[in-house]
Write a protein that binds this ligand. Structure first.
Ligand code: ADP
Ligand code: MG
Length: 730
């Protein structure tokens, strides 16, 4: 092994950036070339089939079998023009993109890939893959291994290499969701309905509300050869040991620095492939940590944006390999260095083109804006625990609350001026006190919002849920996560909140209160009730933790405990109440999440145990032997008195190495015992708790000794690439 590190370093010295050239000088020549989008549908489908698909996308009208046949035929002809030979249903099982047993994203063709010649409407619409190896939380017994995939008309088919991929949902034989897309589509339908009903209190022309998502994907790149010399990275996606580099991100020089040429080549190729697939990626830049980068597209509707994120994560991994890089999507590949998140920029937009989170141009539209804004406050306040449950994981728990990412406490940043507007509303007793600039039917005297919104100088980077001018940015999501988890929670919770809000308004109006006064009263009430969730200060500070506790906000860092809130009373009323999950699906979802956590910690613990005993301890002992030999030589050479003086430090070192080797062996033994006890627990919940409480702490205590040894032992025999090599080689 020790040789591998040095071979890798040698290999590195000879790496050259790949030459990447654009397919054409004009982006529009190839943008979307590999997507069966509306333009291609028009070209390849008969008019009736085209119209039926558009109706299905826009109005949810089901597609008949005859139309499906026509679409399949058109798709096939288009795909053949790109030399496609196979097709596959493409779906998102409940794993996510981390380097463990089932590598997040399904490999193209592995599941139910078939040759394109046989493609028909029946095969387009539904498939029956043998999917017994995907996590299902006990829904599917092994004797009933069948699951169904069904075409998601709202997300266009696309071509990767020689395979036509059809986005689908994935459900069990008994109809329960086994994926992320099914509940996501339900949550989006729920928020559409609830938001549209609220909008129609203002404007009867509004018939639909769409949720948008713009994700920002952070990731690390590491050289392939170095990666291969780190079994912990290969098997767990993160380094389980490694002393921090003498230099890491103190100077923040990477953030502003130019992108290294090999990385630029990778990014360029990734962008080209994204653009061919109609993924509107836009920004690329360095992130705070060395060898950390970010990629972000222009926002799209949530379902499509999320498909695109899944696709991008897969493309990244594959393209990186061609450049001799490995992409690390893990939330915390390196201790002591910033981790990676995936900000979810979220907004709601009407079919008449109004962004409901953007302040309007007149008092009437501002009331609409305020209504949605205030409901977001209340939604987050009431559903802190659900939102947290939707983003916690073994990986993300290293980030949250570690002074680099939002804490595990949920709060909303609004900015000074918007806050003062809310405060002004609460200082009045009736809407009549609030005189607007214009006389329209609905107004609260708030005609001046647009001007002040231009001031975004005080954007707060430490807030987990920040208002950023025309959207909310949920910053707690992890880099490897499927955004759907957070989007399901947020959109379902928003639907629930809007429904409650509308019922309160309607009740007041029924009782004879005027519409304006009804809005005023409920908004005021909601602003006051949700006040504890608003926080403008430093979310990373210790004072905030104390202040949040005083306000009664929850702060749960214990992963299984945070996950358990998926099934608490509030979450159930949101997720089951809004029809996103049924009872079985929700409890299965929880089970899958807890098991994923258990499995990840289990793998980390095994890998660390192996590395400690097979790599680190032997290296330490062999170095110790060299020291002992040196001591013997000194004793033979020097008189006893001088020997004592000359050998003191080496003796101390021998002693220290002995102590650490003994400690490592003892801790590994204890950890193995703790694992055994946990593994024997019959219930998955107890198992997850045992892994969090009794196994996880050993990962840190063992590591501490190993990292100290790394500093003591001769660099030339240290077997694993060091942080400075992993982080600073370009
Ligand atoms: P940041 O300052 O956080 O880096 P960017 O300008 O890079 O912000 O935008 C981050 C993401 O937010 C992008 O994907 C962008 O398209 C998205 N975004 C912008 N406006 C909206 C909106 N109204 N709704 C949803 N996402 C949006
Ligand atoms: Mg951002």
């Amino acid at each position: 092994m020790s040789k591998m590190r040095f071979f890798a370093l040698q290999e590195l010295a000879n790496r050259k950036p790949l030459e990447i050239s654009n397919p054409s000088n004009k982006l529009s020549d190839y943008y979307g070339s590999h997507v069966f989008d509306r333009k291609k549908m028009q070209e390849y489908l008969p008019k009736e089939a085209y119209n039926a698909v558009i109706n299905a996308i826009e109005k949810g009208v089901p597609i008949t079998r005859q139309v499906a046949d026509l679409v399949a035929n058109g798709m096939k002809n288009w795909a053949k023009s790109l030399n496609v030979t196979h097709y596959t249903h493409w779906f998102q099982p409940l794993t996510d993109g981390t380097a463990e047993k089932h590598d997040g994203f399904i490999e193209f063709g592995e599941n139910d890939m078939d040759v394109i010649e046989r493609f028909s409407g029946k095969l387009l619409v539904q498939q029956e893959p043998d999917a017994s190896s995907f996590p299902n939380g006990g829904i599917r017994n092994t004797f009933e291994a069948r699951g169904y995939t069904a075409w998601d008309v709202s997300s266009p088919a696309f071509v990767v290499d020689t395979t036509l991929c059809i986005p689908t949902i994935f459900i069990s034989y008994t109809g329960e969701a086994l994926d992320y897309k099914t509940p996501l589509l339900k949550a989006l339908a729920a928020v559409d309905k609830a938001a549209t009903e609220v909008c129609r209190l203002f404007d009867k022309n509004i018939n639909r509300v769409y949720a948008n998502l713009g994700w920002e994907q952070e990731y690390f790149l590491v050289d392939l050869a170095l990666y291969n010399a780190r079994p912990d990275l290969c098997l767990t996606g993160r380094t389980l040991m490694g002393h921090s580099s003498a230099k890491d991100q103190q100077l923040e020089d990477h953030y502003f620095g130019s992108i290294p040429p090999r990385v630029t080549a990778f990014m360029k190729e990734l962008e080209i492939e994204c653009h061919k697939l109609g993924i509107p990626v836009k920004t690329r830049h360095n992130e705070v940590a060395p060898n950390q980068f970010e990629l972000a597209p222009i926002f799209e509707n949530v379902n499509l944006a999320n498909d695109h994120n899944q696709l991008v994560m897969d493309l990244m991994k594959r393209i990186a390999r061609r450049h001799n890089f490995v992409v690390l999507l893990h939330e915390k590949p390196y201790n002591g260095v910033n981790g990676s998140g995936k900000h979810n920029n979220w907004s709601l937009c009407t079919d008449t083109g109004i962004n409901l989170f953007a302040p309007g141009k007149n008092p009437k539209s501002n009331l609409l804006f305020l209504t949605f804004l205030v409901n977001v406050l209340m939604m987050v306040y009431k559903n802190q625990d659900l939102l947290r449950a939707s983003i916690v994981s073994a990986g993300n728990s290293h980030r949250l609350g570690a002074n680099e990412a939002p804490p595990a406490i949920l709060s909303i940043f609004l900015g000074r001026q918007l806050s003062s507007i809310l405060d002004e509303i609460t200082s009045h007793t009736s809407h009549k006190e609030m005189v607007g600039e214009e006389k329209t039917t609905l107004q609260l005297g708030l005609g001046r919002i647009p001007d002040i919104m231009l001031d975004t100088t005080d954007r707060n980077r430490t807030s987990p849920f920040a208002f950023t001018g025309n959207r909310f940015e949920f910053r707690a999501a992890g880099s490897s996560a499927n955004c759907a988890a957070a989007m399901i929670a947020i959109n379902a919770a928003m639907a629930h909140q809007l429904n409650e809000f509308r019922l309160s308004i309607e009740k007041l109006i029924e009782e004879g209160t005027g519409k304006e006064e009804a809005f005023f009263r409920i908004l005021k009430e909601t602003i006051i009730a949700s006040e504890p969730i608003r926080f403008e200060g430093d979310g990373y500070s210790e004072e905030w933790k104390q202040e949040a506790a005083r306000r009664g906000l929850t702060n749960i860092c214990h992963v299984p405990e945070a996950l358990m809130h998926y099934t608490d009373a509030q979450s159930r009323s949101v997720l089951i109440g809004e029809g996103v999950f049924n009872e079985t699906e929700l409890s299965c979802r929880l089970e899958v999440e807890l098991e994923k956590f258990t499995m990840k910690v289990q793998i980390e613990s095994r890998v660390l145990g192996d590395l400690a005993l097979n790599h680190i301890v032997p290296t330490a002992v062999s170095y110790q032997n060299r020291l002992l030999e040196n001591l013997r030589g000194l004793r033979e050479t020097f008189a006893p008195e001088e020997y004592e003086i000359l050998s003191a430090d080496r003796k101390e070192l021998v002693r220290d190495i002995s102590k650490r080797v003994t400690a490592i062996k003892m801790l590994v033994r204890e950890m193995t015992e703790a694992r055994k006890v946990a593994n024997h627990m019959p219930h998955y919940k107890d198992k997850a708790f045992a892994y969090q409480e009794n196994v996880r702490p050993y990962l840190d205590s063992i590591r501490e000794h190993i990292d100290k040894l790394e500093m003591e032992i001769d660099d030339e025999i240290w077997p694993l690439p060091k942080y400075r090599e992993l982080l600073f080689t370009k």
